[in-house]
Design a protein around this ligand. Structure first.
Ligand SMILES: NC(=O)c1ccc[n+]([C@@H]2O[C@H](COP(=O)([O-])OP(=O)(O)OC[C@H]3O[C@@H](n4cnc5c(N)ncnc54)[C@H](O)[C@@H]3O)[C@@H](O)[C@H]2O)c1
Length: 474
């Protein structure tokens, strides 16, 4: 963190941050919120001019990037114009995807660290799609926006507060979209549950949970130049929070009426992390900073809470947790999908078998759940769910993500995720590190919208008919 963003440890009252009734004073770590430069305005609900055919250039063709190329050639109204990877043979291999589909080769950029700049400077590209290692994301996206391109960046799009504010300022200044490719908000259970929440099925949603619990042992050897283990070796904190946090934030209308105000993080010691590192590199690292298991608790301005977790080294079943507690109901995705409701909540809903005998002490039956999901299938899933399953990408959610990105660009609509979603979700890496390095002290989460977090009321996807709680501009 640069000196200009040096932390300030200030005594601040709990009342000031949360509105809670207590007179105890606590130390809260705050970070600098740079003033919005003159001539810039916020990007909330920003819509760009419609683009008939979305011409795209891809940077980063490792394990993740080529699948995005495959998905794009299955989305009508797109053209793959250019491909780039520092490893030239990865570009050559991605060209095969186009050839197999009977499409012409794309322009090829590779072989050097800076070859991507040539792709970004082309004047026949609308969207730069970035799937490199984390350290390259922000510089590439910033330069792409400066060159007039919309940007879509793999998770996490930015790792430090300096990178986050740079991307916000560049997006606000250039009026180009800066979207993080958070695919998990498009998973089927998450989308359907969001739809139920927006229809009020859970009452007021008070608490949400998310996680990235995925034992990456079998993948470590395949990351380019060992970038991911190196990052975990050198950084404490939840360095990969966005899969868990994205869906949790959409349920709580974050920066659409509410905002995250502060967090507290705790972690375990690092045991399997350094062992994995040694197994891959043959060398025991002198120090390994990322705790094996990291937990973060977050509070919002409207008195809600979020719990997120990160663990990529222990032998646990895959989990993104995805859990919500509302005043009238509950939803849970991992390890077992289930919904529970207050006894009266589904009374009178003739679609749901045995609806008059609900008990909040247990989840509804599989038959009731199937009927409920049938009734509340998200309109986006109704529209593209079948194609998404066929094209694939984590069961279809990756296709829905790219499809929605292209749809909104083609129709000149605000994107489903804006630059402030990127900022809020990515800020977990630097802010949890601050908390951990200061004895789990509370850390203030900046208002990345700089005052615009109540401009839109309620989360919604633009251009989707049949969604409840459609947001309105003040
Ligand atoms: N959303 C998801 O579900 C999901 C899944 C996997 C990975 N990811 C994300 O995708 C990104 C890529 O991950 P990965 O697993 O493909 O890693 P990877 O190491 O397999 O691929 C990274 C690629 O970037 C290339 N690269 C590095 N520097 C470059 C430069 N200067 N110019 C051009 N190319 C360069 C490398 O050669 C490599 O091919 C990461 O941000 C990761 O977190 C997301």
């Amino acid at each position: 963190m640069k000196l200009s963003r040096m932390i300030l440890i200030a005594a601040a009252s709990v009342i000031a941050l949360t509105g809670c009734q207590t007179d105890k004073s606590i130390n809260v770590i705050t970070t600098e919120v740079p003033e919005r430069p003159a001539g810039q305005s916020d990007m909330v609900a920003f819509a760009a001019e419609p683009i008939d055919t979305v011409r795209v250039g891809f940077i980063g063709l490792g394990m993740r990037g080529p699948d995005a190329v495959k998905r794009f050639i299955n989305i009508p109204g797109t053209k793959v114009v250019a491909l780039c990877d520092i490893e030239q043979e990865r570009v050559d291999s991605a060209q095969q995807i186009l050839r197999r589909a009977g499409l012409p080769d794309a322009a090829s950029y590779g072989g050097t660290e800076d070859a991507w700049r040539g792709l970004v400077e082309r004047d026949d590209i609308d969207l730069v799609y970035i799937a490199t290692d984390w350290k390259h994301h922000a510089d590439m996206a910033e330069y792409a926006m400066q060159n007039g391109k919309h940007t879509a960046i793999e998770v996490p799009a930015a790792m430090t507060l300096d990178e986050i504010w740079r991307l916000i300022d560049t997006s606000e200044k250039t009026r180009r979209h800066c979207m993080m490719l958070e695919n998990c908000v498009y998973d089927f259970f998450e989308l359907n549950t969001l739809n139920m929440a927006q229809h009020g099925l859970f009452g007021e949603v008070l608490h949400t949970e998310g996680s990235y619990i995925h034992n990456l042992q079998e993948f470590w050897p395949y990351y380019w130049n060992n970038w991911r283990l190196d990052y975990n070796r050198d950084h404490r904190g939840d360095v990969y929070a966005t899969h868990g946090l994205g869906p949790a934030c959409q349920l709580l209308d974050i920066h659409r009426g509410d905002r995250m105000t502060r967090l507290v993080a705790m972690d375990t010691k690092a045991v399997n992390g350094p062992a994995d590192y040694e197994a891959v590199t043959g060398t025991r690292p002198a120090q390994y900073l990322n705790g094996d298991h990291t937990m973060t608790m977050i509070q919002t301005a409207n008195g809600k809470t979020i719990h997120i977790q990160h663990d990529v080294v222990n032998p646990r079943p895959y989990s993104r947790m995805y859990q919500l507690t509302g005043t009238k109901g509950f939803a849970n995705k991992y390890p077992v999908e289930g919904y529970a409701f207050a006894a009266e909540q589904l009374t009178g809903n003739e679609n749901i078998p045995d609806h008059e005998n609900l008990s909040s002490h247990r989840c509804i039956t599989p038959e009731q759940q199937a009927a409920l999901v049938g009734q509340y299938t998200h309109p986006i899933i109704k529209e593209v769910g079948e194609v998404a399953k066929k094209v694939g990408g984590h069961g279809g959610m990756d296709y829905i993500m790219d499809y929605r990105l292209v749809y909104c660009l083609q129709n000149g609509l605000p994107l489903d995720m804006d630059v402030y979603d990127m900022a809020e979700w990515c800020s977990m890496a630097p802010l949890t590190a601050l908390s951990l390095e200061n004895g789990s002290a509370p850390v203030e989460i900046p208002d990345f919208t700089r005052g615009a977090w109540q401009k839109v009321k309620g989360y919604h996807h633009a251009g989707v008919a049949g969604e409840a709680g459609v947001g309105t501009l003040d």
